[in-house]
Design a protein around this ligand. Structure first.
Ligand code: FEO
Length: 401
């Protein structure tokens, strides 16, 4: 049975959702599943925009068969070669011997690395601004290298003012029939997973995303069709502004995320003591996480959201608590910058977690450590309340700036 949805008169969503996959890229937990989007354009020439992951490919084949209704598929446009969007390439090449594959030269090269397919007569390499006429529709191609792989491009349907944005503007999460942003409660149900998707998948490439946003700003875009997550057909500026913040590493909100690594609960209690005092001081946007029990992708996402970060780590093997070290390594790899940070270290002897955290932060850009590091020996005793209050004052003052 076909499961498709019309986006415009001629553009149809032909993707599907996977609710069984535990970890996206075998790395990121996706308790809400994931949608793989592909799009069909019906015109004098027929076009499929990208394919899907192997797990849902049967649904794609059925959807495309239904829409073709006996016609041939003329073009497969490949905006991104990552296998979660390319499982169908070989199958479509074999089903439609005259079908051309349209992509960047790099995409065509990488397809050859992943799949055994003779592309010599089938590949059409396109460059920035080149157009492809389908009859009524004209497709224009825009290069988007490193958003998220080097071969990525975006395709703009000039006729329907629709942008096929590849990984940009995507989100984790499976669909429940509704595929458009105005059919769901995006801010309540999807925003966290859109941010987590952005920060962890594309977060490292802020400059490249900014370059693409500049190109998008020059286009009249009525719909954004990403490879994952909801299709945007209203309120586009709101989501584009989120992308502006994330890709420029500008905090999305003024707020404090407090992340601790604690062996016996004493570092945790110190962070809880700080959090309640911040709340008493009127700070309302607070989030406390245990680095051991929260997936690092959630923590990265929260750091992209918040202006202020408290990192508290027990000393372990004369260094940082291992999950805290992992978080800082990931922050560095994803080019996190422009945050205000408070450091708390703990250790019963040979305190050294703080030194490690400070060194990692020094290797990131525009990270400001507020005040002196709070160094604890096992517990935070009552006599040191004043020091904790000073940390509160520093954060409150900084939030007000
Ligand atoms: Fe969903 Fe970069 O692929």
């Amino acid at each position: 049975m076909q499961s498709t949805r019309k986006i415009t008169e001629d553009i149809v969503w032909v993707g599907s959702s996977d609710r069984r996959l535990e970890r996206f890229e075998n790395l990121f937990p996706i308790p809400r599943g994931i949608a793989y989007n592909a799009y069909f354009i019906e015109d004098e020439k027929t076009v499929l925009m990208d394919t899907v992951d192997e797990s849902v490919a049967r649904q794609l084949y059925e959807n495309v068969d239904y829409l073709l209704d006996g016609r041939q598929l003329d073009y497969l446009v490949v905006n991104h070669v990552e296998p979660d969007h390319c499982a169908g390439i070989v199958e479509f090449l074999s089903r439609f011997p005259d079908m051309k594959v349209v992509g960047t030269a790099k995409a065509i090269q990488i397809i050859g690395q992943f799949y055994e397919a003779d592309m010599t007569e089938r590949a059409v390499a396109v460059k920035e601004g080149e157009e492809l006429s389908l009859g009524k529709h004209t497709l224009r191609f825009y290069m988007a290298p490193m958003v998220h792989w080097p071969e990525v491009m975006m395709t703009y349907d000039v006729t329907d003012k629709t942008l096929f944005s590849a990984d940009a503007f995507g989100a984790f999460g499976a669909f429940s029939g509704s595929i458009f942003n105005d059919e769901i409660r995006f801010e309540r149900d999807w925003l966290d997973d859109a941010r987590r998707y952005y920060a962890n998948i594309v977060g490292k490439y802020g400059i490249q995303v900014q370059n693409v946003l500049k190109k998008v700003a020059l286009l009249e875009v009525e719909k954004i069709c990403p490879l994952h997550g909801p299709i945007w057909r209203s309120n586009l500026d709101w989501f584009i502004e989120k992308y502006q913040a994330w890709s420029s590493y500008r905090p999305e909100e003024k707020g404090v995320v407090l992340i601790y690594g604690s062996v016996y609960g004493n570092t945790e209690r110190a962070v809880d003591a700080l959090a309640v005092r911040l709340a008493d001081a009127g700070v309302s946007n607070l989030a406390v996480y245990d680095v051991s029990s929260t997936h690092v992708s959630e923590l990265i996402s929260e750091i992209f959201r918040c202006s202020h970060v408290v990192l508290a780590s027990a000393t372990y093997n004369a260094g940082m608590f291992p999950p805290m070290e992992n978080l800082l390594t990931d922050m560095k790899a994803l080019a996190v910058k422009n945050r205000k940070v408070v450091l708390i270290e703990n250790g019963s002897w040979a305190l050294s977690a703080g030194k490690g955290m400070a060194k990692e932060l020094e290797e990131m850009k525009e990270m400001t450590v507020l005040g002196e590091m709070l160094s604890l020996k096992s517990v935070l005793p009552r006599q040191r309340e004043e020091e904790l209050n000073q940390v509160v004052d520093q954060i409150v003052k900084s939030l007000a700036e």
